[in-house]
Design a protein around this ligand. Structure first.
Ligand SMILES: C[S@@+](CC[C@H](N)C(=O)[O-])C[C@H]1O[C@@H](n2cnc3c(N)ncnc32)[C@H](O)[C@@H]1O
Length: 358
């Protein structure tokens, strides 16, 4: 089974127990360091005893200058209460009760100059930090968790994929800053598209390949190569980070070294624009609409390009893409008298094209 089908399966089964590895969190979040100073971070799909997000923010609490870290876990999680326990302390809440952790102070108790797992284990033994039962089930949509969200500045987690659309819209609805993991298909939702249009993808996973750990009993019938029994990791294709924090990448100009040539860039049959099959081949001197692979968004600089819309579906209709030969709203080209569709495209326009060569 292909990795992206795993995503669909996870969605259908409401099987959301995929745990993010610490190195992946470190790799992404070091780009955001300046945003965390003096801020309250909320990880709202994170059992502090399982989550590497919690671990990351505790270990880096002082370095980032965090004001507060809040973590809540969900009663629906089958492994709530520490099966993948990161720490050498047990939750004080009774089994099956979701709880919240609030951290405001992290001491370097063993005096080695940094914060390590020994210090983390001490966290809830001192009176300053709090580990307490939630009154509800810890659902991110519950009034209790929404109030915690409102008290926080930045939400950071890997949320349940099955609820991704609702999750991100909740963050947007509450005016939150966020850095979260999600399926790349999330780009295409009508609710999330306006976000990515503005250059809101993070640095992401190499080639979109993410490896999450799962509880052993969740290891179901994965196809060869998807689940690695030795590591306990499942391979998901097409995962990315979504963020509305400003990052350097959004301001880096893509160097364009190709020139427009009608022989190389075919026009669409059902839209006023040309097809650019590779992001690296975007011509520097074309002022009109260009359909480019969706991976373009990973390096989108909103000062350089305008994202006009999507190349298929309802959002494509909105920008004037008409039906193809099969009746679908999907970008189509014609080659040697034969029409065919192009692979998933996003339509962009260069904001400052060079003068065309005469
Ligand atoms: C993809 S896992 C990621 C867990 C953790 N954030 C991490 O990155 O390792 C999503 C988590 O969200 C929890 N979850 C599912 N539905 C939820 C809901 N409605 N509200 C809050 N958490 C939920 C699941 O139990 C699961 O632990």
């Amino acid at each position: 089974m292909a990795g992206n089908e795993n995503l669909a399966q996870a969605k259908a089964a409401r099987d959301d127990e995929f745990y993010t590895q610490l190195p992946d969190i470190e790799r992404e979040l070091h780009h955001y360091r300046q945003h965390f100073k003096g801020k309250t971070v909320f990880c709202n799909c994170d059992d502090p005893f399982e989550s590497n997000f919690f671990k990351y923010f505790v270990l880096n609490f002082n370095r980032l200058g965090l004001e507060k870290l809040i973590c809540t876990c969900y009663a629906g999680s089958p492994i709530m209460g520490g099966q993948l326990s990161l720490f050498d302390v047990e939750p004080t809440a009774k089994p099956g009760t979701p709880y919240k952790a609030v951290v405001t102070t992290v001491y370097d108790k063993d005096g080695d100059g940094g914060v390590d797992m020994l210090d983390v284990a001490e966290l809830f033994k001192s009176g300053e930090n709090e580990l307490s039962e939630l009154s509800g089930d810890g659902d991110f949509r519950s009034a209790e968790c929404l109030a915690l969200m409102d008290s926080a500045d930045i939400v950071c987690t890997n949320p349940p994929f099955s609820l991704f659309r609702e999750y991100i819209m909740t963050l947007v609805g509450h005016g939150k800053k966020f850095v979260i993991i999600g399926p790349s298909t999330g780009i295409k939702y009508k609710e999330t598209f306006p976000l990515v249009r503005d250059g809101r993808l993070g640095y992401g996973f190499a080639k979109g390949d993410a490896y999450f750990s799962i509880p052993k009993e969740n290891a179901r019938d994965y196809a060869a190569g998807v689940y690695d029994e030795k590591t306990g990791l499942v391979h998901f294709r097409k995962c990315t980070w979504f963020t509305n924090l400003d990052i350097k990448k959004r301001h880096e100009e893509m160097i364009l070294f190709r020139h427009y040539d009608p022989e190389v860039y075919p026009p669409y049959t059902n839209f006023d624009g040309i097809d650019v099959a590779n992001v690296a081949d975007i011509p520097c001197d074309y002022a009109g609409n260009m359909g480019v692979p969706i991976t373009f968004l990973e390096q989108h600089n909103p000062d350089q390009f305008e994202v006009v819309g999507l190349g298929e579906g309802n959002l494509a209709k909105e920008i004037g893409i008409t039906r193809d030969r099969t009746g679908r709203t999907k970008l189509e080209i014609e080659k040697n008298g034969k029409r065919s569709n192009v692979w998933a495209r996003i339509v962009i326009r260069n904001k400052n094209p060079e003068e065309p060569r005469s």
